[in-house]
Design a protein around this ligand. Structure first.
Ligand SMILES: *[C@@H]1O[C@H](CO)[C@@H](O)[C@H](O)[C@H]1NC(C)=O
Ligand SMILES: *[C@@H]1O[C@H](CO)[C@@H](O)[C@H](O)[C@H]1NC(C)=O
Ligand SMILES: *[C@@H]1O[C@H](CO)[C@@H](O)[C@H](O)[C@H]1NC(C)=O
Ligand SMILES: *[C@@H]1O[C@H](CO)[C@@H](O)[C@H](O)[C@H]1NC(C)=O
Ligand SMILES: CC(=O)N[C@H]1CO[C@H](CO)[C@@H](O)[C@@H]1O
Length: 348
C-alpha cells in the first residue's frame, strides 16, 4: 500500500516537472468573461396549430472579453467555418487568440443558416457535394488539387492539416436570400450594442459581402470598420451603371443613401492574398467599391498582400496562414493608425 502511494506521489512529481519543462513562449490569456447568445431572427407560428411556434433565423455569437479590454470589438465573420478564425493551419494560434492576447474583445459570429445558427424558418435540404478537391483550388492552396503554389503559407506535406482544413467546413448557403437574412440579423446585433460600441468586422470570402450589406442596413453608429479577407462580392450604389447580380456573390445594389453609410466608417480595407490578378472580377470590383466609398468621403483601400506588403504565398484565408503573425501585425497597424486601438479604461 505504502509502495503504491509513494509510486503515485513520484509519478505526480515527475509529471509536474515535465509540465514545467515545456517552454512557455506565449503570455496567458486573461478574460473578464466569455459566453454566447442568439440575436435577430423571428418566431413563426405553425399553420396547423397557431399556438405552436418555432424560434428560427437568428444568428449566434460566442464572445471572449479580455480582463482589460480595448474599445474595439473584433467580430470574426467566416464564410464556411468559425474554425478558420480559431487556429492556424497547423493548429497553432489563430486570429482569435492572437487578438485576445492583444486585449481586443473577440466575437465569433455564425449568421442565420450556418454553424451554430442552423435552425432556419424555411425548409432546407442537403446534398453531399464531394467538394474536398475543389476546396484546394478555391482556397488558393494551388492551381489544382494536389499541386501547391510554390512558397504557399500552408504546412505542405502535413496531411492532417489538409484534412482539418477541408473538414472544418459547414454547409454554406450562397443565395441572395441568405445574404440578406444574415445581414439583417447582423445589423440588429450591431445596433443592439451587445457586441460593443466600436465594432470592426473581419471577414473571409462570402462573409465580406454580408458584412458590407450589414453596414448599409444598420441604423446606429456602432460599426466602425470592415476588413475583408478575399471578399467574393461587393455592394454598389444605385446611381452607377452596375447591374444587381441577384445571386449569392453580388453585386448587391443598395440606395445611394444606404451606400453612403460605408463612407461613414472609420476604415474599410479589402485584402487580397496571392495569385489574384488585377484583372480578375472580384479584385476589379473591390477597387471600384473602394473608389466609390472614397468618392463619398470614406476611407477605403485595397491591400494586395504580395504587391503592397511583400507577403508571399498567402492563401484565400490569410489569417490562418503560417505567416499569420505578420498578417495580424498589418491589421494591428491599421487599427492603430485609425485610432481604433484605445483601451476602455482610457490608458493606451
Ligand atoms: C394548442 O391549441 C390546441 C387547440 O387548438 C389545444 O388542444 C392545445 O392544448 C393547445 N396547446 C397549448 C400548449 O396551449
Ligand atoms: C433601420 O431603420 C429602418 C427604417 O426605420 C428599418 O426599416 C430597419 O429595420 C432598421 N434596421 C435595423 C437593423 O433595425
Ligand atoms: C450600362 O451598361 C450596359 C452594359 O454594360 C451598357 O450597355 C449601357 O450602355 C450602359 N449605360 C450607361 C448609361 O452607361
Ligand atoms: C488577365 O490578364 C492576363 C494576362 O494579362 C490574361 O492572360 C487573362 O486572360 C486576363 N483575364 C481576364 C479575366 O481578363
Ligand atoms: C509556424 C510559423 O511559421 N509561425 C510564424 C507565424 O508568424 C510569425 C511572424 O511572421 C513567425 O515568426 C512564425 O514563425
Amino acid at each position: 500500500m505504502l509502495f503504491v502511494l509513494i509510486s503515485l506521489l513520484l509519478i505526480a512529481i515527475l509529471n509536474t516537472a515535465k509540465t514545467q519543462d515545456v517552454p512557455r513562449v506565449l503570455s496567458p490569456i486573461t478574460l473578464e468573461k466569455s459566453g454566447g447568445f442568439q440575436i435577430g431572427g423571428k418566431v413563426i407560428h405553425s399553420p396547423l396549430f397557431p399556438n405552436k411556434t418555432l424560434s428560427c433565423d437568428h444568428g449566434y455569437i460566442e464572445y471572449f472579453v479580455p480582463w482589460r479590454p480595448r474599445r474595439t470589438s473584433l467580430v470574426l465573420w467566416h464564410s464556411s467555418s468559425t474554425q478558420a478564425w480559431q487556429n492556424r493551419w497547423d493548429g497553432g494560434p489563430g486570429y482569435k487568440d492572437i487578438f485576445l492576447r492583444r486585449n481586443y474583445p473577440v466575437y465569433l459570429w455564425d449568421g442565420p443558416g450556418v454553424g451554430r445558427a442552423n435552425y432556419p424558418c424555411e425548409a432546407t435540404s442537403f446534398q453531399p457535394s464531394y467538394r474536398d478537391q475543389d476546396n484546394f483550388a478555391a482556397w488558393n492552396f494551388g492551381p489544382r488539387f494536389g499541386s501547391w503554389w510554390p512558397g504557399v503559407q500552408f504546412p505542405v506535406g502535413n496531411e492532417e492539416a489538409w484534412q482539418m482544413a477541408t473538414s472544418s467546413r459547414y454547409v454554406e448557403v450562397d443565395t441572395r436570400e441568405n445574404v440578406v437574412l444574415q445581414a439583417d440579423a447582423a445589423a440588429v446585433a450591431a445596433d443592439s450594442g451587445k457586441i460593443g460600441k466600436d465594432v470592426v468586422y473581419l471577414t473571409n470570402s462570402a462573409g465580406g459581402l454580408r458584412a458590407q450589406l450589414t453596414a448599409t442596413k444598420a441604423n446606429g453608429t456602432n460599426i466602425k470598420g470592415l476588413v475583408t479577407y478575399e471578399s467574393i462580392g461587393y455592394v454598389f450604389p444605385d446611381n452607377v451603371n452596375i447591374t444587381d447580380g441577384r445571386g449569392g456573390f453580388g453585386p448587391v445594389i443598395v440606395t445611394l443613401e444606404d451606400f453612403k453609410k460605408l463612407a461613414k466608417l472609420t476604415v474599410v480595407q479589402f485584402v487580397w492574398g496571392d495569385h489574384r490578378p488585377d484583372n480578375s472580377t472580384f479584385v476589379l470590383q473591390s477597387r471600384m467599391a473602394a473608389k466609390l466609398i472614397n468618392l463619398y468621403g470614406g476611407n477605403a483601400k485595397v491591400l494586395k498582400l504580395a504587391d503592397d506588403a511583400g507577403l508571399k504565398g498567402s492563401t484565400h484565408i490569410p489569417f490562418a496562414d503560417m505567416d499569420n503573425e505578420t498578417v495580424a501585425r498589418l491589421l494591428e497597424g491599421l487599427l492603430s493608425e485609425n485610432g481604433l486601438d484605445g483601451y476602455v479604461d482610457g490608458d493606451d
